[in-house]
Design a protein around this ligand. Structure first.
Ligand SMILES: [Zn+2]
Length: 146
């Protein structure tokens, strides 16, 4: 379980060598508007450096607690339309998400999470990056609001 910080943000496809000789490759997760983290880990359940595949469901959420080991509690808030009153109501739900070792988060951060296969009884989402890692991309808003 090693994490190394990189002096600059790597490109997709770059190979990073750890001091003990282990090599990891920065994977293309299929989302062009989010940049890989400026760190590397040898965690197999990391979408960037491991074998974890992500699904197409993406959410922007707020971190609530990071007390769990390699996992966090996040709050997802959305607006739900009530046809009878022709108004929106606020809905919120807490989700348990996996946090790869190369991504450091703290309570209050805005992060992008992606659906993945069930990793534990209550965990089927993984953090793929922070809000700061998002670059402008015209299709971004469509993806996040559906
Ligand atoms: Zn990683």
């Amino acid at each position: 379980m090693a994490v190394i910080k990189l002096p600059s943000r790597p490109h997709i496809g770059d190979t990073i060598t750890f001091p003990n000789g282990v090599k990891v490759r920065v994977a293309d997760i299929g989302i062009p508007w989010i940049q890989p983290p400026a760190a590397a880990c040898d965690d197999p359940e990391c979408p960037w450096h491991g074998n974890l595949k992500i699904r197409t469901k993406l959410l922007e959420v707020e971190v609530e607690s990071v007390r769990m080991h390699k996992a966090a509690v996040v709050i997802h808030e959305w607006m739900h339309y009530v046809p009878k009153y022709k108004r929106y109501e606020r809905r919120r739900r807490k989700l348990h998400v996996r946090v790869p070792e190369c991504i450091e988060i703290k309570p209050g951060d805005r992060v992008i999470i992606a659906e993945t296969r069930p990793l534990a009884k209550t965990i089927s989402w993984v953090v793929i990056g922070k809000k700061e890692d998002v670059v402008e991309w015209s299709a971004k808003r469509e993806v996040l609001t559906t």
